[in-house]
Design a protein around this ligand. Structure first.
Ligand code: HEC
Ligand code: HEC
Length: 335
């Protein structure tokens, strides 16, 4: 199953030039020293990277039962002690991400969450994320206090007996699998799109999308042994129009995002198959073909879009908006 995403290159390419995570002013505790509070004006580059690359699985906002991977605060707890240097921490993270099948440092993690799929992150990306994780406090889920208390009560051993609150474990496993499918496809499409824009400009890349977007998604479906689709409420290609059920999921994700900025995948378990849904969110790159005409979309690109898609509805987006969803169907694991 892990091999399925080996061909994946770098999901970060999709976010090149992305300014959707605005620099926010915030006060953060500097945890490496554990003492002084540090005021930060600009955002650490590792923050946005971690949010985009890791938190879809390591989501600190998920309840203990809903979590599909340990929150970053828990990872820090097991990877860092007072003597760990930043270099050592970075090295440990690189080491882990290069081979997530190795022995886990977190008691019960594999039993509770299953394995982390291998995703070939560029080392530079991991370094930035490691630097951010090392220097800053990670968001702690509400239930985390419980876990900490357990750890403080005694030796590491007590965590072996820590009882996670869980719902159906299968659901989590399938959420992980669905996310890995979505990530693999996003990376392939993103890399091809960036390459096309570089080679033939946005106007030419419209043609590329017309010819390639669906066939590429289909061929990835075959490689991944899943039915992978991108659907939306405002389609450019009418073949990508969401069904009534998918429309309801899109509204649900929009509400979720508006209320606390977070999104969790929807997993529907049937007897032999799984339906998985997860939002597709815009960044700066998308606006040259999905933003506002003349402001983001060049007149010649717009002309190409109108020519190829006379019924186009996929314009007027800003960054960090739900452009559509991944609708992915795959078989349940046998046995
Ligand atoms: C597709 C889901 C997914 C994504 C994306 C993901 N992880 Fe994980 N990760 C998991 C799961 C599941 C586990 C639990 C398995 C384990 O700990 O052995 C895990 C565990 C870990 C661990 C704990 C290792 C240990 O010793 O147990 C580290 C460290 C980690 N992930 C780092 C990252 C970083 C950094 C990123 C982003 C660059 C990331 N992960 C992205 C699913 C994911
Ligand atoms: C170079 C122009 C271009 C860029 C840049 C672009 N798209 Fe598109 N997009 C298109 C075209 C053309 C289609 C229709 C493809 C087809 O015919 O299947 C499309 C279709 C889609 C669809 C399928 C639903 C539909 O409306 O048909 C989604 C989802 C989507 N784009 C999301 C994005 C996201 C997210 C980004 C940024 C990461 C992005 N696009 C960047 C041109 C572009």
């Amino acid at each position: 199953m892990r091999k399925a995403i080996l061909f994946l290159l770098s999901s970060t390419l999709l976010t090149l030039g992305c300014k959707d995570f605005k620099a926010r002013e915030e006060v953060t505790n500097k945890t490496s020293s554990g003492k002084e509070a540090l005021e930060v004006k600009a955002e650490h580059p590792g923050k946005g990277l971690m949010e985009r690359e890791c938190l879809m699985c390591h989501n600190p906002k998920a309840s203990e039962a809903q979590m599909i991977a340990p929150p970053m605060a828990m990872i820090k707890l097991h990877y860092l002690d007072s003597s760990t240097t930043k270099e050592q921490f970075t090295e440990a993270l690189v080491h882990w991400l290069n081979d997530p099948e190795q022995e886990s440092k977190i008691p019960n993690a594999v039993e509770r969450f299953g394995n982390m799929p291998y995703i070939p992150y560029p080392e530079k990306v991991i370094e930035q994320i490691a630097a951010y994780m090392y220097d800053y406090e990670m968001d702690r889920p509400i239930w985390f206090a419980n876990y900490l208390e357990h750890k403080q009560q005694g030796a590491e051993n007590s965590l072996r007996n820590y009882k996670y609150t869980t719902t159906d474990n299968a659901e989590k496993r399938y959420a992980n699998k669905g996310l890995a499918h979505a990530l693999a496809t996003k990376t392939q499409l993103g890399n091809s799109l960036i390459k096309a824009i570089k080679e033939v400009g946005a106007k030419g890349a419209v043609e590329f999308c017309k010819v390639k977007a669906i066939p590429l998604t289909d061929s990835i479906s075959i490689m991944q042994n899943a039915v992978i689709q991108r659907v939306t409420d405002k389609p450019r290609n009418p073949d990508n129009e969401a069904s009534a059920k998918e429309l309801a999921h899109i509204s649900f994700f929009r509400e979720q995002m508006a209320s606390d900025g977070s999104v969790e995948p929807i997993v529907e378990l049937h007897d032999n198959e799984v339906n998985f849904y997860y939002p597709i969110i815009t960044n700066t790159l998308c606006l040259q073909c999905h933003g506002t005409p003349n402001e983001h979309i060049e007149p010649e690109t717009l002309a190409a879009i109108r020519n190829l898609y006379p019924a186009d509805r996929a314009i007027g987006y800003g960054t960090n908006e739900i452009r559509g969803i991944w609708s992915i169907n795959f078989e349940t694991d046998s046995q």
